[in-house]
Design a protein around this ligand. Structure first.
Ligand code: NAG
Ligand code: NAG
Ligand code: NAG
Ligand code: NAG
Ligand code: NAG
Length: 343
């Protein structure tokens, strides 16, 4: 017994000592196997390219994740409860294919690190384009960007496998490719919607102030029409070169961007809203039309806002008649940061 037992005992002790290491290795290899299955599913189902990247490769490509190689920081809002949820999210994002959405090229998972790899956008974000000084911002380029964003959103709302609400549409989440085509990025907090009319309830409103719709921060409900609101704000920013996070003076009063725009539009002073850097070089009728469409999108009541389908139609068909936008409400709300602003 002693002779047979001793080696067994040694093995047992060795096993106990190495247990954490063995568990880790087994877990990792199961995880990698699941990833390979996921990849196969994605490639089969959505007929797209999708790669599993090695962690070491990403680390060397980014020079050990150095700040120098950092292009920007996404708001990956979700803390995933489990690996499953993360996998489902990846599958969903990988299935999205449209010329105005940033493509997910692949992913990399190593122990606690979860990395999504997107295609590279050389011309930066819309934020730099609108508010930066270097860019050439002619009206045709701006209009092309407005149309592209509307088509990307229309795809998410109406043509993706499942209807998706982006929930965080803002200039830094719109990237520009080498031909200045806009691509919507950062689906970190995007959610599948129940239907375009039913609003979903969230526990906390995430998103960026200035771009989120009133019903979202006051009642925590969102729908595709909340994205339409953010889209309208983006259009006003693209036209005016002014940020939604700020207030603007008009006859001694200060207004937030959408009220400021509404007021000028109402008084037929649209030329004062237009970004100075456009000079006189723009078709007045078309630009006024875009302002009116934007104002329809940023109305207080979600039901009053057009669906993205109608927005793309209004943008592409110059002879389609437009409704008159309702004046933005004048209620005051408290915001977490402690500032009270008039909306
Ligand atoms: C690929 O998808 C088809 C139908 O969508 C299914 O029948 C087939 O089993 C799938 N193949 C693999 C390898 O998953
Ligand atoms: C990468 O950076 C981390 C922390 O920033 C550091 O601990 C690690 O040693 C670095 N690895 C290499 C290969 O330089
Ligand atoms: C966009 O990228 C192209 C090619 O990379 C470049 O030629 C062009 O100057 C860029 N435009 C802007 C506005 O940065
Ligand atoms: C959302 O939740 C709140 C509180 O839980 C509830 O009062 C409200 O009716 C809900 N809204 C919808 C549209 O389900
Ligand atoms: C544009 O709108 C007008 C008016 O609603 C309509 O008669 C026309 O058919 C539309 N054109 C296209 C190409 O959809």
């Amino acid at each position: 017994i002693v002779i047979v037992g001793a080696p067994l005992l040694v093995l047992l002790i060795l096993g106990l000592l190495l247990r954490p290491y063995i568990v880790k290795k087994v877990r990792e290899s199961l995880l990698q196997r699941e990833l390979v299955t996921l990849k196969k599913e994605i490639v089969n189902e959505s007929d797209s390219r999708f790669s599993l990247f090695r962690f070491s490769k990403i680390r060397s490509a980014t020079n050990n994740f150095s700040d120098k190689n950092k292009l920007g920081e996404g708001g990956f809002g979700i803390v995933y409860k489990g690996f499953r949820e993360f996998m489902n999210e990846i599958k969903l994002i990988a299935s999205l294919q449209h010329k105005n959405l940033v493509r997910l090229l692949g992913c990399c998972i190593k122990s606690k690190e979860r990395i999504l790899v997107y295609e590279y956008m050389p011309n930066g974000s819309l934020e730099e384009f609108i508010f930066g000084v270097r860019a050439k911002k002619s009206w045709p380029v701006r209009r092309g960007i407005i149309e592209g964003i509307s088509e990307g959103l229309l795809y998410l709302h109406d043509y993706a496998h499942e209807c998706i609400v982006h929930r965080d549409m803002k200039p830094s989440n719109i990237l520009l490719d080498h031909e200045m085509n806009p691509k919507i990025s950062d689906f970190g907090i995007a959610r599948i919607c129940l239907s375009s009319v039913t609003e979903s309830n969230t526990t906390t409103a995430i998103g960026t102030f200035g771009y989120i719709a009133p019903e979202y921060y006051s009642q925590n409900v969102y729908s595709t029409r909340s994205d339409v609101f953010s889209f309208g704000i983006l259009v006003l920013e693209i036209i005016s070169g002014k940020s939604a996070v700020g207030s603007y003076q008009l006859s001694g009063r200060s207004y937030e961007l959408r009220k400021y725009a509404w007021q000028l539009w109402r008084e037929q002073r649209c030329d004062e809203l237009v970004d100075d850097s456009l000079g006189e070089e723009y078709p007045e009728m078309d630009l006024m039309r875009c302002i009116q469409i934007a104002l329809l999108c940023v109305q207080d009541s979600a039901e009053d806002r057009p669906a993205m389908r109608d927005v793309t139609m209004m943008l592409s068909n110059g002879s389609k008649r437009l409704l008159l936008p309702v004046k933005p409400g004048s209620c005051s709300v408290h915001i977490d940061v402690g500032t009270e602003i008039e909306l």
